[in-house]
Design a binder for this molecule. Structure first.
Ligand code: PEP
Length: 261
């Protein structure tokens, strides 16, 4: 039995609107209040939503006193300056955002973010006192060629390499690239195998590895969440599509409640 509290995180990606956010969050908060009345606050997982930056102010106001926190989808490695389109950690802090997704496969793919850049971003976020949510995962081709373990090892050790030894503030997310937005999901044993590898890699850098959360991401939904979350090293989910519907997201949250210690 582990004492890690589950974390259910929604990555909204580039899906949001003022009206849609309001509907989604009002539904989510109402459902969460009902769940809280049923199972008690203590049994609930931690809940995080990561909207696009233009909505931080609106989402912050809607989430007030809800117990749900919001995070960012990425951040610059630089503190400020001539970096058109980028966001800095101090901007996140202005809006009371603590968690930052880093190394998402869509950023690696579409913005050509390299392991080295992600490593520097992880260090920047950590040094600012925020919590990096570091995504790693193999492509379909890498899995077929038997390179999964090597890819995960390279990405994880690189991402952690500028952190001080014994760090106690990072969330990892295993997101097999072939499972993101495709409807394909790693089987629970397949995911557990990689999560256990990641836990071992964390342990090579910190004595707090047993207390750090490792999320699974990749087409997690209402029907597969329970079995994935039952695995010993799966401490929550990073959810894309299913985080855009309050009822789907609530079903995953409920699955996390059922599995809480
Ligand atoms: C993601 O993009 O982090 C993700 C897991 O997406 P989806 O749930 O849609 O596969």
């Amino acid at each position: 039995m582990t004492s890690r509290r589950k974390l259910i995180a929604g990555n909204w990606k580039m899906n949001a609107s003022l009206a849609g956010n309001e509907d989604l969050l009002r539904g989510l908060i109402a459902g969460l209040n009902a769940l809280k009345a049923e199972v008690g606050q203590e049994a609930l997982p931690e809940i995080l939503v990561c909207p696009p930056a233009p909505y931080w102010s609106q989402v912050g106001a809607l989430l007030e006193s809800s117990g749900i926190v919001q995070g960012a989808q990425d951040v610059s490695e630089h503190p400020k300056g001539a970096y058109t389109s980028e966001l800095s950690v101090s901007m996140l802090q202005d809006f009371k955002l603590e968690h930052v997704i880093l190394g998402h496969s869509e950023c690696r793919r579409d913005q050509f973010q390299t392991d080295n850049l992600i490593t520097r971003k992880v260090a920047t976020v950590f040094q600012a006192g925020l919590i990096p949510v570091v995504c790693v995962g193999e492509t379909q081709q890498e899995r077929e060629q038997g390179q999964t373990q090597a890819v995960i090892k390279r990405q994880v050790l690189s991402a952690l390499s500028l952190l001080p030894m014994d760090f106690d503030r990072v969330v990892m997310a295993y997101e097999p690239v072939w499972a993101i937005g495709t409807g394909l999901t790693a089987t629970p044993p397949m995911a557990q195998e990689v999560h256990s590898l990641i836990r071992g890699l964390l342990a090579s850098r910190t004595h707090h590895a047993h207390a750090l959360r490792i999320l699974y991401g990749g087409s997690m939904n209402a029907s597969n969440a329970q079995t994935l979350l039952a695995q010993p090293d799966i401490d929550g989910g990073l959810i894309g599509s299913a985080a855009l519907s309050s009822s789907d997201f609530l079903s995953i949250i409920s699955a996390a409640v059922a599995r809480n210690p």
